[in-house]
Write a protein that binds this ligand. Structure first.
Ligand SMILES: Cc1cc2nc3c(=O)[nH]c(=O)nc-3n(C[C@H](O)[C@H](O)[C@H](O)COP(=O)(O)OP(=O)(O)OC[C@H]3O[C@@H](n4cnc5c(N)ncnc54)[C@H](O)[C@@H]3O)c2cc1C
Length: 523
């Protein structure tokens, strides 16, 4: 029996680490329990055991605007070893005919690329970007960095400003409706919907049309962490330990212990009881937190039912092909677009809007659609991720979790699908024929085995649908990072504003916990 801590956190994903580091700065003694061997969750970089020196980012790689996040500055992560690059040619959509649609950090260059496809679409891009920059700065940005407001209160506030009314009007549409109404070129339509897909919102879902102009207006682009994504996890873990926090890896929690309607600690699978004097904060999903780790009698009945119904994204699961290379992929399209050799994200197989309904239908049926894939060659920008002169590269594809009705089918099918991806990739980059030293594939089932909070391989830990966003994420009643008992909190991606490497669920939970514990606001 331990003397205990002020607070215990469950799961050392980046959101929990952000929260823990702030609590340490505020003088609290905390412990984080992590089932895996290292902290970081989706911030993972692993060395290929068969080929020393080849590093692979098996979960997240493209970290959107991380260096703009408040916690990145507050926790002094650069002084603790994190360093980010934001390549200028941020995204390139390569067509079969060798044409390339480009997104640059320099907006004028992006507009010029759109112009080559459609002058009308370039005008639309400018218009929506100009209109949405203030929406983003005044509303969307601040909303993502604060605990959400109840929907009626939020709407009433939005109706009072021009930007708020524009946001309400565009969000009434689905992303698909917005794109088809505002853009005419099928490649641009496809590219924009693809980006929307990276946020995992169902493109048919009304209420999410504003996601597209947000993408057009966002100043922060995709960034990559030097040394691999795990370097950010190491910097966060240093921020935790230097403020007195502890992280214990290889420990499975068995139960959140409740006494007199209050969370008072955690019992581990090994039978140890660890007391939490003030709180338990879970970075896990609602089924883990409320169904697996809590006794039914410790929860209000409707709370269990809501946790059971918490749903996952149909279109989120990823399949990954990772390559060890003698040389980087050289795309045939580089003859006309030499800058492509230094593109961060490359998209292949996407020829236009018409493929989207087909991809969605395959996900619904559990079958494999014609391949659309995207990826990067990290070593073009960061030589430290491979042995001298060598490279690593990867491609991801959205593929259904339940392949032909059963996720276990992936164990049989994944290598054969990976070979097909490599064949397609080689059609765009013919030098891959002789450049591949070795490769390995990972399915959505592998993701779930590694990180069980990503149930059904949903890397955003919960669908973005009505009843699961904003004040209602993860479900109505739980949207302010507080559980139904005193001393119980949620801090993972199942909370507003959701998954991806944003750290904002952890940051927002820190605001709530600091207020509840009577501490000064986190800084
Ligand atoms: C293949 C793939 C590619 C991705 N690419 C990107 C990308 O490019 N950009 C991006 O922004 N995001 C990407 N993501 C998503 C991103 O990784 C997640 O959204 C993010 O990691 C979620 O952060 P989190 O802190 O909420 O939880 P996680 O990072 O999932 O961390 C949760 C932690 O809890 C631990 N855990 C789980 N169950 C238990 C338990 N029972 N007891 C104790 N500990 C437990 C896990 O081991 C893990 O360490 C990707 C994810 C995957 C899988």
């Amino acid at each position: 029996m331990s003397d205990g801590y002020d607070g215990i956190l469950l799961g050392a994903g980046h959101n929990a680490l952000v929260l823990q580091a702030y609590l340490g700065k505020a003088g609290l003694k905390t412990l984080c329990l992590e089932r895996g061997a290292v902290p970081g969750g989706g911030l993972a970089t692993v060395e290929d055991p068969r080929h020393p020196g080849f590093l692979h980012n098996t979960h997240s790689f493209f970290h959107r605007a991380v260096t703009h996040m408040p916690w990145y500055r507050d926790l002094a992560l650069e002084q603790r070893g994190a360093r980010y690059l934001e390549p200028e040619l941020n995204v390139a959509l390569v067509q079969r005919d060798g044409n390339v649609l480009e997104w640059w950090t320099d907006f004028e260059k992006t507009a010029a690329s759109f112009e080559r496809f459609s002058a009308g679409d370039a005008r639309s891009l400018r218009r929506w970007r100009n209109d949405f920059v203030p929406v983003l700065e005044k509303i969307i940005g601040p909303e993502s960095r604060t605990p959400p407001l109840p929907p009626a209160e939020r709407r009433a506030r939005l109706e009072q400003s021009r930007e708020g009314r524009l946001l309400l009007e565009t969000s009434a549409l689905s992303p698909e409706e917005f794109v088809l109404r505002e853009f005419e070129d099928p490649v641009i339509q496809g590219g924009l919907l693809f980006f929307n897909g990276l946020r995992e919102v169902d493109l048919r879902c009304k209420g999410f049309g504003h996601h597209i102009p947000i993408l057009l207006a966002a100043a922060g682009k995709a960034q990559m962490c030097v040394g691999g994504s795990a370097a950010l996890a190491r910097a966060l873990a240093a921020a935790v330990s230097e403020s007195g926090g502890e992280i214990r890896c290889g420990v499975e929690p068995r139960r959140i212990v409740v006494e007199h309607g209050r969370a008072i600690g955690v019992e581990t699978a090994a039978g140890e009881f660890i007391r939490a004097r003030q709180f338990v904060a879970s970075g896990l999903n609602p089924q883990q937190t409320f169904l697996e780790l809590m006794r039914a009698e410790d929860l209000p009945g409707n709370w269990r039912a809501k946790a059971e119904r918490f749903a996952y994204n149909l279109l989120a699961p990823l399949f990954a092909l990772n390559l060890n290379l003698r040389e980087r992929p050289v795309y045939a399209a580089e003859r006309a677009f030499p800058e492509l050799g230094r593109a961060l994200m490359v998209i292949l197989g996407l020829e236009g809007y018409a493929q989207f309904p087909e991809i969605v239908a395959h996900h619904e049926q559990g079958t494999i659609p014609p391949t659309v894939m995207w990826g990067a060659t990290p070593t073009v920008f960061d030589a430290s991720q491979a042995p001298p002169g060598m490279h690593t590269a990867f491609m991801w594809e959205k593929l259904p979790y339940r392949l032909n009705g059963d996720p276990r089918n992936w164990d049989r099918e994944k290598d054969s699908h990976a070979r097909q991806m490599l064949e397609l990739w080689t059609q765009y980059a013919p030098n891959l024929e002789g450049a591949v030293i070795d490769w390995f594939a990972r399915s959505a089932l592998d993701t779930e085995r590694d990180l069980p909070n990503m149930r059904e391989g949903d890397l955003l830990v919960g669908a973005f649908t009505h009843g699961q966003v904003g004040f209602e994420r993860p479900f109505p009643g739980a949207g302010r990072y507080r559980g139904p008992l005193r001393g119980l909190y949620l801090c993972g991606s199942c909370c507003h504003p959701g998954g991806n490497i944003t750290g904002l669920p952890g940051y927002n939970c820190a605001q709530v916990l600091h207020a509840d514990l009577g501490l000064a606001a986190p800084s």
